[in-house]
Design a binder for this molecule. Structure first.
Ligand code: ADP
Length: 653
């Protein structure tokens, strides 16, 4: 038996392992099983090139718990290690990388926690003692037994081991007794080992028989050694992809909309399958995330720094040995390989979408509502994706017809270009609330888009900014009179004098239901059209949009805090308003002004007195009714005001 010191310079490395990696103890199992799988794969390789002769026999990796001895054992039938190799790989080298890393990040705990694998030594996170029993595949090699109790001293001696391969025996610390529970270990194996390329066995298969769980003879195999992403796309049918999707996310009931099989080997290695899910709620997005693997070993489902943010809405797997895992997250973002990978995935996703769109436009349109948020998110955050996606991003009108922006522009160009050459696209986010406005637009032969998605306002602003010479404008159907939204020729001038209009304005303003309403509704006069409502509400497109966008963006809270404001437009072209003014316009003012001037001993100025003023005396009820109708048409008449309106209407009848 030999004794020695593990080749590390810092004595305190073991406490450091325990302390620094506190939040991620469980990865020890992944590390040990990865080593076992590597040793098995190496053996297969050696056999395939003829260096290992004969039948390789049983190659399963087995994980077992001995509750009495408080041990957890990982056994493989891989290449094994000779005493020299244990000395070299375990005593000397294995640790140097870890030590270097720990020195570098001593003060940054969070940088270490996470993806950094300590390899074999992570076993000491949960064990008071670790033993290795190994028999190398090499002829004449003696089996070796290594043992270490979580300090820099180890012992090594010859031993007898009947089978080729390695057993790693962990004597679990009392503090970590959960790792002696079947359920915990099975859970971890399912998390980290589900798709490893060598079979992992844990206990026996169980079955329910007569209301009891009974053990079968058959071993319980944890993993699928040939997951779909490692196979050739040509060998897979749509059903296989769907099946694999459910293997990945057992609780997900819906089928994915479509998938993309990724496969590159230059300039980096990457395989994987991405799925477009039916996103029903935010919850799905957070639960079923893209899983990152490294040679079929599960690493993490925190892929934010590896794929662009909008792609994290997708589901699926990415497997790449070229993503550096043992570095801090902020470093990942600046890593060149990671940047290339992210660019590649963006391109693949965009190309696939373009291909689906070209292949079957109707089918693509059917899926649009489900993928829209994802594509808009991508277009808004990634210029390269925007460039590709603008050719298949769709807009839907109120008849449920879909078109790309270019197609749609061509369709409505003739009718909806205003006198200044701006193409005005009309939209609604609430067809019921905007019913009257929509009807008026349709009557003029205009088309109206349905834009009720979460990112629609942003998408429209982007399309406007990208349009040539800024000649494209989206306006919500209720943001002004339809005549003003798409101005065709100089709008008809009304016949009222400024004073008459001011009189009208004052009269209406004075009769708004409440004091707050004076801040909320800004009363104006406009000659809209004889067949429009006599009084109606509009809301400025710019202000409203800023407010909506501020809900999603930081630094825009100024807009978010502003109250909603509307224009209460008195339609001076409407017969009712004209009648009101005609009846009430008087020239009494002339006398009054004259009297006043006399009193003050002045000559009345003729030109100021001969003015017609709209006094609207005794018309309060009618005006109130007109205001209420405008509010009602916009769904803003509620509560007491609504009750009053109903009563007044009955009285008027
Ligand atoms: P890494 O796997 O990253 O190289 P580890 O500390 O996990 O680092 O292992 C160090 C080395 O020990 C491995 O590279 C391998 O040569 C050897 N080793 C570890 N476990 C086994 C095993 N089960 N069978 C054979 N060799 C092993």
């Amino acid at each position: 038996m030999s004794k020695g010191n593990i080749g590390v310079t810092s004595d305190n490395i073991f406490p450091v392992i325990k302390k620094f990696l506190y939040s991620d103890h469980e990865i020890f199992l992944r590390e040990l099983i990865s080593n076992a799988v590597d040793a098995t794969t190496k053996l297969k390789t050696l056999s395939s090139v003829g260096e290992v002769k004969g039948d390789l026999g049983d190659l399963r990796v087995r994980v077992s718990i001995d509750k009495a001895k408080k041990t957890l054992t990982v056994s493989d039938h891989g290449i094994g290690m000779t005493a020299e190799e244990v000395d070299k790989y375990i005593n000397q080298i294995a640790f140097s990388g870890a030590e270097e890393f720990l020195n570098q990040y001593k003060d940054k705990t969070e940088a270490i926690i996470g993806h950094f694998g300590l390899g074999f030594y992570s076993a000491f996170m949960v064990s008071k003692k670790v033993e290795i029993f190994s028999q190398s595949y090499k002829e004449d090699a003696k089996a070796v037994h290594w043992s270490c109790e979580g300090n820099p001293e180890y012992t090594m001696e010859d031993t007898i081991k009947s089978e080729r391969g390695t057993d790693i025996v962990l004597h679990i610390d009392d503090e970590f007794s959960q790792y002696l529970e079947d359920a915990t270990i099975e859970g971890l194996l399912k998390k980290y080992c589900k798709f490893l390329p060598v079979e992992i066995a844990f206990g026996k298969k169980k079955e329910w028989k007569d209301g009891k769980e009974v053990e079968l003879d058959e071993e319980n195999i944890i993993n699928d050694i040939n997951p779909a992403w490692t196979r050739k796309p040509a060998d897979l049918k749509d059903e296989d992809y769907d099946k694999f999707y459910h293997e990945l996310y057992p609780t997900q009931m819906d089928e994915p909309l479509f998938h993309i099989h990724l496969n590159v080997d230059y300039p980096f290695n990457l395989t994987g399958i991405l799925y477009f899910p039916k996103i029903k709620s935010n919850l799905d997005v957070h639960r079923n995330k893209i899983q990152l693997y490294c040679n079929q070993v599960y690493v993490t489902d925190e892929v934010e720094n590896i794929v662009p943010k909008y792609l994290t809405l997708l589901h699926g797997v990415i497997d790449s040995p070229d993503i550096p895992l043992n570095v801090s997250r902020s470093y990942l973002q600046s890593d060149n390989n990671v940047k290339k990978i992210s660019g590649y995935i963006t391109k693949k996703v965009a190309d696939k979408l373009a291909e689906l769109y070209k292949a079957d436009k109707e089918d693509f349109a059917k899926k649009w509502d489900d993928i829209k948020m994802f594509i808009q998110f991508g277009m808004l955050t990634d210029e390269k994706f925007y460039e590709k996606a603008k050719d298949f991003a769709l807009y839907k009108n109120l008849d449920g017809k879909y078109a790309t922006l270019e197609e749609y522009k061509a369709q409505v160009k003739d009718a909806q270009t205003d006198k200044d050459g701006n193409l005005v696209l009309l939209y609604t986010n609430d067809p019921d609330a905007h019913y009257t406005y929509i009807e008026r637009a349709k009557a003029k032969g205009y088309d109206v888009l349905l834009m009720d998605g979460e990112l629609d306002v942003h998408a429209m602003s982007q399309a406007e900014q990208k349009s040539e010479e800024g000649k494209l404008r989206f306006v919500r159907i209720d943001s002004d009179t339809i005549e003003n939204l798409i101005r065709k020729e100089e709008t008809a001038k009304d016949t009222f004098s400024d004073e008459q209009k001011e009189g009208l304005r004052k009269a209406f303003e004075g009769l708004l239901p409440s004091a707050e309403d004076k801040l909320r509704y800004f009363v104006t006069c406009e000659a809209a059209a004889a067949d429009a409502l006599p009084v109606f509400l509009t809301q400025n497109e710019f202000m409203r949009r800023m407010k909506e966008m501020s809900a999603h963006q930081q630094g825009m809270s100024f807009y978010g805090q502003m109250p909603d404001q509307y224009n209460l437009v008195i339609n001076t072209a409407h017969p009712l308003i004209q009648e009101l003014v005609a009846k009430e316009t008087s020239e009494q003012v002339e006398e009054e002004v004259e009297k006043k001037a006399e009193k003050e001993g002045e000559e009345p100025k003729k030109e100021t007195v001969i003015k017609t003023v709209c006094k609207l005396e005794g018309e309060d009820e009618r005006i109130k009714q007109l205001i209420d109708i405008a509010l009602l048409a916009s769904g803003q008449l509620k509560g007491e005001a609504l009750a009053k309106f109903v009563n007044r209407s009955v009285e008027l009848l």
